[in-house]
Design a protein. Structure first.
Length: 380
């Protein structure tokens, strides 16, 4: 539902509306004025009120000046008994002032003066001209303008909040896409480079093994490129089918691909990986994937131990590479987005992750609940 168009108008637009209304009241007052002199006075003082609103369309007037400029003509005409209907000029003036003035106490002071004006005129000229009804009319204009001002403020706040939420959503989606691409490209390129390195070392002594390593590297490269293309296409076109999301059950295949590239990996699984919930299973896969990528990148040739323990309430994942010392030569000496992405993914599901040097290498440990917290499922 779109808000009314007038809620996006500035104070100058409302000043223009007030000028038009004051001009209409002035014309009607001139028509109903008793005699030529009264008509001239009504025309002149109504024009003065209209001029005040016209100036307000161009610049912001101080509130005391605006009140004096637009309140005085109506009060003077009432004191001179030049037509009861011209008191409507005061209704227009107080309504506009309440709409544009931000200071509450200034609005209260101006409104009080306007509401008491008919009673003051009654005491000054001692004529029965329906001052009680004009008090009610001015009070109604005051309260109506207050509600309109609050509605404008609320619409402005809601619009600003919607824009902030949209920016937040874009930021979070960019972070999610960056994490997914990092996990995919980082691991794929790491394994591919291992195959290329192995092929380079064997090209003279064992051409057949070198050719097989290059073939596997080509297969991994093509698979990674195809997955990236599917992901990009899905982002560009809403109707495009998404690539299948990896799960915890794919961890053994992931370990096999890494081992085939020349990194000795030992996998021990306790429990059933296939029974893990989708988001938890994906987090387990990504933690193992990123840890293996870091191990092959920062500790080439080091043996890697992967332990996944699936329990009734939680899942524990531990990845250790044996051979990269805690002196900065391993992952500890590198600052990238992989570790940050892993921690954000695990903590979003209500788990915890620790990563750091161990006595004989580098250790990553993640603890994940079997069922993620509701905020993670709903995206809040």
């Amino acid at each position: 539902m779109r808000p009314p168009s007038w809620t996006s108008r500035g104070d100058a637009w409302f000043a223009g509306v007030a000028a038009v209304l004051a001009a209409v009241v002035g014309v009607l007052g001139v028509v109903g004025a008793p005699g030529g002199t009264a008509r001239v006075e009504v025309a002149a003082l109504s024009a003065l009120t209209v001029a005040g609103f016209v100036v307000a369309t161009r610049r912001r007037l101080p509130t005391p000046l605006l009140a004096a400029w637009t309140f005085t003509p109506a009060i003077v005409l009432a004191l001179r008994e030049r037509g009861e209907a011209t008191m409507f000029l005061l209704v227009v003036a107080v309504s506009y002032l309440m709409l544009v003035e931000h200071d509450r106490w200034v609005r209260v002071a101006a409104g009080t003066v306007a509401v008491l004006s008919p009673a003051a005129v009654q005491l000054a000229v001692h004529s029965d001209w329906g001052w009680q009804f004009w008090i009610c009319g001015i009070l109604f204009g005051w309260l109506s303008a207050e509600q309109t001002r609050r509605f404008r403020t609320l619409v402005a706040e809601l619009t600003a909040t919607r824009e902030r939420l949209a920016e937040q959503a874009v930021h979070l989606e960019r972070r999610r896409i960056a994490a997914e691409l990092h996990d995919l490209v980082g691991h794929s390129l790491g394994v591919l480079l291992l195959h290329v390195t192995g092929a380079r070392r064997r090209v003279r002594d064992d051409p057949a093994a070198a050719e097989e390593a290059l073939r596997q590297a080509e297969t991994i490269g093509r698979s990674g490129l195809a997955e990236i293309r599917r992901s990009v296409a899905a982002l560009r076109e809403a109707g495009t089918a998404l690539a299948p999301t990896p799960t915890a059950a794919d961890v053994p295949e992931l370990v096999d691909r890494t081992a085939a590239a020349g990194t000795p990996v030992d996998l021990v699984v306790t429990g059933e990986l296939a029974g893990l919930e989708g988001m938890t299973g994906l987090a387990v896969y990504r933690v193992v994937q990123e840890s293996l990528a870091n191990a092959t990148r920062h500790a080439p040739g080091a043996a890697v131990q992967v332990r996944v323990q699936v329990r009734a309430e939680a899942v524990d994942v531990t990845v250790r590479d044996v051979g990269a010392g805690p002196d900065g030569s391993g992952p500890a000496g590198v600052r990238g987005v992989g570790l940050i992405g892993m921690r954000e993914r695990v903590e979003a599901l209500g788990g915890s992750l620790s990563a750091g040097p161990a006595p004989d290498g580098w250790r990553v440990a993640a603890h994940l609940p079997r069922a993620p917290r509701p905020e993670a499922v709903t995206g809040r």
